[in-house]
Design a protein around this ligand. Structure first.
Ligand SMILES: NC(=O)C1=CN([C@@H]2O[C@H](COP(=O)(O)OP(=O)(O)OC[C@H]3O[C@@H](n4cnc5c(N)ncnc54)[C@H](OP(=O)(O)O)[C@@H]3O)[C@@H](O)[C@H]2O)C=CC1
Ligand SMILES: Nc1nc(=O)c2c([nH]1)NC[C@@H]1CN(c3ccc(C(=O)N[C@@H](CCC(=O)O)C(=O)O)cc3)C=[N+]21
Ligand SMILES: [Mg+2]
Length: 303
């Protein structure tokens, strides 16, 4: 009788704690060498429920890492011109090394215009076209936090990625595309799948590294996973959980975890996988931006 090996669970929460500790040490060095702490400004316009989880966790962790946190909570009715004026002030403020404008923005604001207004040197999300272009051309860049965190987790279980087949499901500018670019930089053979991909299960089964960034709860099934593959679940989906009581919800990823864990060599859980890495990488990018802007030399953790 044969039994399938159970996969290694990639503990993103623990990895993120370690990363935040290293960032905090470097932030303390930065403070002692420059006379100020690295600073992160977060702008939240309106009340998106998914964003509020993220903002809550992040503000606390910024301060715990020894960085200055500047919160700007604006009403949902805030005009585009007003938001652009705030970004201009943050660009000019020397105490601010990183600027994050929480997405999605209210529908009356052109998000792309706001992203392009951020000083690329302070663009800790890595969403500005200048940083996206630098990543694509192999120049030093601020890299989007979620894919950077995913790459760190992948490398934690498989340091040598050259030649591996990677499949990224999802092609957004904030997750799928930069993830594909990072894996290409590691010399993986990269396939980017999306809603028009034909026979997605077969495409996924080719993957030694499978990254799901789709936004569809538990879409990736167990039999889409090649035995032994590394599975990275970026999805954050809140679904009803009547078993927990009336009106209760729970978080699930884009991967059917229990099934996939039967076949994967290693897999990230939701919660406790990619999510905590996104915040840790945001702090890492804030430190990196502070270093690049000032020339103060401290050790910035990298993937
Ligand atoms: N853990 C974290 O830190 C973060 C988690 N997230 C989560 O990651 C997920 C993805 O986010 P994001 O990239 O912003 O999402 P988007 O909605 O911007 O992009 C989703 C992508 O998935 C593709 N897609 C949708 N349906 C299917 C399908 N049935 N088959 C194949 N592909 C499909 C879309 O294809 P097409 O382009 O053809 O429309 C699109 O490229 C969400 O659950 C989000 O909440 C996001 C950011 C950070
Ligand atoms: N400009 C911008 N940059 C972003 O990076 C950005 C954004 N806007 N808008 C929203 C999405 C979503 N996102 C998450 C980050 C961390 C968790 C996270 O910490 N998740 C934990 C806890 C979740 C929980 O317990 O509810 C986990 O998965 O374990 C979730 C979601 C960043 N985003
Ligand atoms: Mg991000």
């Amino acid at each position: 009788m044969t039994t399938l090996p159970t996969s290694r669970i990639i503990d993103g929460k623990a990895f993120a704690e370690g990363l935040r500790r290293r960032v905090a040490e470097a932030a303390a060095d930065f403070l002692s060498r420059s006379g100020r702490a690295p600073g992160l400004a977060v702008v939240l316009a309106g009340e998106d429920p998914a964003s509020s989880v993220y903002v809550r966790n992040k503000a606390q962790q910024t301060v715990e890492a020894g960085m200055a946190s500047f919160e700007h909570r604006l009403p949902a009715e805030t005009g585009e011109a007003e938001l652009l004026a705030l970004v201009a002030r943050l660009n000019a403020d020397d105490a601010v090394d990183g600027i994050l404008v929480q997405l999605p923005l209210p529908a009356h604001i052109d998000a792309q215009k706001v992203i392009e207004a951020i000083d690329p040197a302070k663009d800790v999300d890595g969403f500005h076209p200048e940083n996206a272009g630098r990543l694509m051309t192999g120049l030093p860049a601020l890299v989007p936090c979620t894919p950077l965190g995913c790459l760190m987790l992948i490398k934690s279980v498989q340091p040598a990625l050259a030649g591996l087949e990677a499949v990224v499901v999802g092609r957004s500018n904030i997750v799928g595309k930069p993830m594909a670019q990072l894996l290409l930089s590691e010399s993986c053979t990269v396939t980017v799948a999306h809603s028009k991909t034909r026979d997605l299960p077969a495409v996924c089964r080719r993957a030694d590294i499978l990254v799901a960034a789709v936004g569809r709860p538990q879409m990736v099934r167990g039999d889409w996973v090649k035995p032994g593959a590394i599975v990275i679940d970026v999805g954050i989906n809140r679904i009803p959980a009547p078993e927990r009581g009336e009106g209760k919800t729970r978080l699930v990823g884009d991967v059917a975890y229990d099934e996939a864990a039967q076949r994967a060599g290693a897999i990230t859980p939701v919660p406790g996988g990619v999510g905590p890495m996104t915040i840790a990488c945001l702090l890492r990018n804030t430190l990196a931006a502070a270093v690049a802007r000032t020339g103060v030399v401290v050790d910035v953790p990298s993937a």
